[in-house]
Write a protein that binds this ligand. Structure first.
Ligand SMILES: Cc1cc2nc3c(=O)[nH]c(=O)nc-3n(C[C@H](O)[C@H](O)[C@H](O)COP(=O)(O)OP(=O)(O)OC[C@H]3O[C@@H](n4cnc5c(N)ncnc54)[C@H](O)[C@@H]3O)c2cc1C
Length: 429
């Protein structure tokens, strides 16, 4: 076993969509900090990956990207690599099963070219990994696991495991982006406020008879929300299904024969999207709201799912995390200009203060959406039956869907203020 010792200013643990985006933003902003990114999986393999839904092992999920997130990807010079794989959402159709005829939000009405874009996770991962591998401003530890993060004078000490090699990395700031379970958060003794929705999301790509024409469907039922996000462009006949079920029923539908699954889906969804003809590999995600009770400490910040893990109903987990990353980059860039340490608690407090309102609004809104429209809680069921709680009846809810999809809700985006310089020269993919 060999050993090595290194020192950086900022060490990002986890090169998923969030840790990867933060690393890309820091590199592109030329903030001058020495940045390391440590990823347990292989970014190199991800960059080669052309996995589709039917291939075993790949992430079959898709993500609805808000306008704001697309804008960031554009500034990073990544959007042109993603755009041809992304499907514009031209219309969002929201309905409440059995109660309400439905609401249509259209890009036309909001005078935008799309309300958001859907991208398959493996495509986003591939492009992001390619970008990160091409960076010269980041020290990349690929296929390397962070075994521990320990506070030391002036920052954090990270023990890295890379095959037979152990690396000791010291950093003024450790950014923990190791996902929703976050073993590092646990090892640091950071408590989590947890709410179990007793729901599981079954994810699969489904094919139907008619072209979806860029329509995203959001359907609320007593048992949980269902969403269909359009794939393969406006003429596509494939969509990403997120079917939220009571946790107790999930196993049944996860393993049911395809024909039974499609019949059940058709019954619950109706024929508005045509007839379902095929379902791809199904994967289950138990759903909880998990909020870290501390997002910052001296020399430490949590981002992405490690900081807040939301119900996917409003499609906001990644979009919120990207806004967090933009704000963090902005604050760290300012700290550099003021010659403050990136791990200084005052710097990190500044980040949280600026981002707190956006976080609370987004988290609260997705939580309410789940509780009001997709549980069998007697109070909410009664209110819905009496018509007090309907999509049309809750003031601002329609606007919420549109604004959230477009990324224009909450505070005005500030990323325009951030100088992302010449990202293109480092994006020679
Ligand atoms: C069903 C579903 C649908 C969703 N749809 C949407 C949507 O439409 N829009 C949206 O905005 N959001 C959506 N989300 C949320 C979004 O997927 C998450 O917010 C996002 O994936 C979080 O990414 P992350 O990088 O924080 O975590 P992860 O994706 O879990 O990445 C963590 C990374 O850290 C690495 N890692 C872990 N431990 C270590 C270690 N010790 N050392 C080194 N590396 C480590 C892992 O290998 C991994 O690459 C959805 C979520 C679900 C479950």
């Amino acid at each position: 076993m060999t050993q090595a010792q290194l020192d950086v200013d900022i060490a990002i643990v986890g090169g998923g969509h969030v840790g990867g985006t933060l690393a890309a933003l820091l590199a592109a902003s030329r903030c001058g900090w020495r940045v390391a990114l440590i990823e347990a999986g292989s970014l190199w393999q991800q960059a080669q990956q052309t996995t589709t839904d039917s291939a075993a092992g790949g992430d079959a999920r898709s993500t609805a990207l808000s306008f704001g997130t697309v804008d960031i990807l554009r500034q990073l010079q990544l959007w042109h690599l993603l755009e041809s794989h992304a499907t514009p959402i031209r219309t969002i159709h929201v309905s409440d099963r059995g109660r309400f005829p439905g609401t249509r939000l259209s890009a036309e009405d909001h005078q935008v070219e799309a309300l958001g874009y859907v991208i398959e996770n493996h495509t986003l991962g591939r492009v992001l990994a390619g970008f990160l591998l091409a960076q010269t401003h980041i020290t990349l530890f690929d296929a390397t696991r962070v075994a521990s993060v320990t506070p030391v004078a002036g920052g954090m000490c990270l023990q890295l495991q890379q095959q037979e090699k152990t690396i000791t990395l010291t950093a003024a700031l450790a950014v923990v982006a190791d996902g929703g379970d976050s073993p590092l958060r646990r090892s640091l003794g950071i408590q989590v406020q947890q709410q179990d929705y007793a729901q599981t999301a079954i994810i699969a790509n489904v094919t139907f008879t008619h072209p979806h024409q860029g329509v995203a469907w959001e359907r609320f039922t007593d048992f949980g929300p269902m969403a269909l996000l359009p794939l393969d462009g406006a003429r596509g006949k494939r969509a990403a299904l997120i079917w939220t079920l009571p946790a107790a029923d999930a196993e049944l539908w996860l393993n049911a024969p395809d024909a039974d699954f499609l019949t059940a889906l058709q019954q619950r969804f109706g024929t508005r999207a045509g007839r379902f003809t095929h379902v791809g590999r199904r994967v289950a995600f138990p759903l909880q709201l998990r909020i870290a009770q501390e997002q910052i400490r001296q020399g430490l910040v949590l981002v992405g799912n490690a900081a807040h893990f939301l119900h996917p109903v409003a499609g906001q987990g990644l979009n919120l995390a990207v806004r967090d990353c933009v704000m963090l980059t902005e604050v760290l860039k300012e700290a550099r200009e003021r010659q403050q340490s990136p791990g200084d608690l005052a710097v990190l407090r500044h980040y949280l203060q600026r981002q707190q309102q956006d976080q609370s609004i987004t988290i609260d809104a997705s939580d309410k959406l789940v509780k009001w429209f997709s549980t069998r809680h007697p109070l909410y069921v009664t209110l819905r039956h009496l018509g007090f709680l309907s999509l049309a009846g809750v003031p601002g809810l329609e606007q919420y869907f549109a604004a959230r999809a477009m990324g224009t809700a909450g505070r005005a985006p500030r990323w325009q203020r951030m100088a992302i310089q010449e990202a293109a020269d480092a994006t020679d993919l």
